[in-house]
Ligand binder design. Structure first.
Ligand SMILES: Nc1ncnc2c1ncn2[C@@H]1O[C@H](COP(=O)(O)OP(=O)(O)OP(=O)(O)O)[C@@H](O)[C@H]1O
Length: 385
């Protein structure tokens, strides 16, 4: 007689369609993943595939559902609908819930979650327990991983005797030592100061890539997302509104929300004044003068649009030397080391922030702003978000 499946067992993931990647390349697959808390829909039908070895960053503001998604994948919460497959195994759906410790995952949190009363080495060795290795082998692997994160000299200290950055490195060593199928990271750097954050960010990226680890990393910090990701998924109100290469998210944001959340200098209002050229750029009339923007041009001619401008797409030029660009006035200027960021006001009062120039323009000086159409995105003015 065949035994009935227990909660701890899992089923093979269903065969994928002919155009999907082969199952072996998918490390994590979410299908229609939904989580409701009473009237609140924290996650709303998420479909997401993370390929083996990929570094997926999920980016979204507070309350967009990032932590909820990570908890469902980790198995510490249950979905209201949908399924989760890790590799070729379904680990959660309406009938099945594989326990967290049986999913082959590791997690790194904002709080380091180390055991304070035992040594750094013991913290890392513990992660190898479920592999049932000989004691000496566990110790050797743990020390090698501590060496890899530059902490072997602190192996006998206890976590409270380490700095925040060192503790997070231990947490990372502990997470990676057992070679998890997927590493889940919940804003692991947000407790650290800016300098350390940047160094550790680079280390996480290097370590993950050296070990071919599949990573799902959540953050609300767009700089971190662009620095780390092979793919960025943008979450808004529990929905995945774009999932793409970082370059595509930056150069072709799918919605005004994605553009705003990944950084704009400002927004101009105008009307479509021309048909798109072969590069998909078209003329927009604004109260400040005409400009070229990119995006699917709304029909008909004359439709109202909002143009969102990336900071890197705006350049200041002297008003006297050049009559191209939008006339404006400098409201403020900040030194940035390699040049200056300016706050400028256009003729109709629109403000653009972070407009870079190598030279310093003075407050109240009249200047022109040149906008690069490849970083000026037009959306229908009535686009909801
Ligand atoms: N246990 C719960 N009970 C009720 N509502 C919840 C619960 N957990 C999360 N929510 C709601 O679900 C939504 C998504 O929350 P979640 O914590 O996933 O967001 P987040 O993107 O991780 O936010 P943050 O960046 O602030 O951590 C929010 O509206 C939140 O209030």
């Amino acid at each position: 007689m065949q035994a009935r499946p227990t909660e701890a067992e899992s089923r093979p993931a269903p065969a994928t369609s002919p155009d999907s990647p082969p199952p072996s390349s998918s490390a994590l697959q979410l299908t229609g993943l939904t989580r409701r808390f009473g009237h609140v829909t924290a996650l709303d039908g998420i479909d997401l595939t993370v390929n083996a070895g990929q570094f997926m960053v999920l980016l979204g503001p507070s309350g967009s559902g990032k932590t909820t998604l990570l908890k469902l994948v980790a198995g510490i919460d249950r979905a209201s609908a949908g399924s989760i497959a890790i590799g070729t195994r379904i680990v959660a759906d309406q009938r099945l819930h594989v326990a967290p410790e049986r999913r082959g995952l590791a997690m790194v949190f904002q709080q380091y979650a180390l055991w304070p009363q035992v040594s750094v080495l013991a913290n890392v060795v513990y992660a190898l327990d479920r592999l049932h290795l000989p004691r000496q082998e566990s110790r050797r692997r743990a020390l090698a991983m501590l060496d890899r994160v530059g902490l072997v000299r602190l192996a006998n200290r206890r976590p409270p005797e380490l700095s925040g950055g060192e503790q997070q490195r231990v947490a990372l060593a502990r997470a990676l030592v057992a070679r998890p199928a997927v590493l889940l990271c919940d804003e692991p750097l947000s407790n650290l100061d800016a300098d350390l954050r940047e160094r550790l960010r680079a280390e996480i990226a290097t370590l993950a890539r050296e070990n071919d680890t599949t990573v799902v990393y959540i953050t609300h910090d767009q700089v971190e997302a662009f620095a780390l990701a092979d793919r960025i998924g943008v979450l808004q109100d529990g929905r995945l509104v774009q999932c793409d290469l970082p370059e595509s998210v930056y150069h072709a944001p799918a919605t005004p929300f994605v553009a705003r959340f990944t950084g704009v200098a400002g927004e101009l209002h105008g009307r479509v004044a021309g048909r798109p050229d072969s590069a998909g750029r078209f003329l927009v009339d604004t109260p400040n003068g005409p400009l070229a923007a990119s995006g699917p041009a709304p029909e008909p001619l004359g439709s109202a649009v909002t143009v969102l401008v990336r900071p890197a797409a705006a350049r200041l030029v002297p008003s006297v030397d050049d009559d191209s660009g939008l006339l404006s006035r400098v409201r403020d200027v900040a030194y940035r080391g390699h040049g200056y960021d300016h706050l400028v006001e256009l003729a109709d009062g629109t403000l653009l922030t972070g407009v870079f120039a190598e030279q310093r323009y003075q407050r109240s000086e009249e200047v022109r702003v040149r906008l690069d159409p490849s970083g000026s995105f037009a959306y229908r003015a009535d686009a909801s978000a």
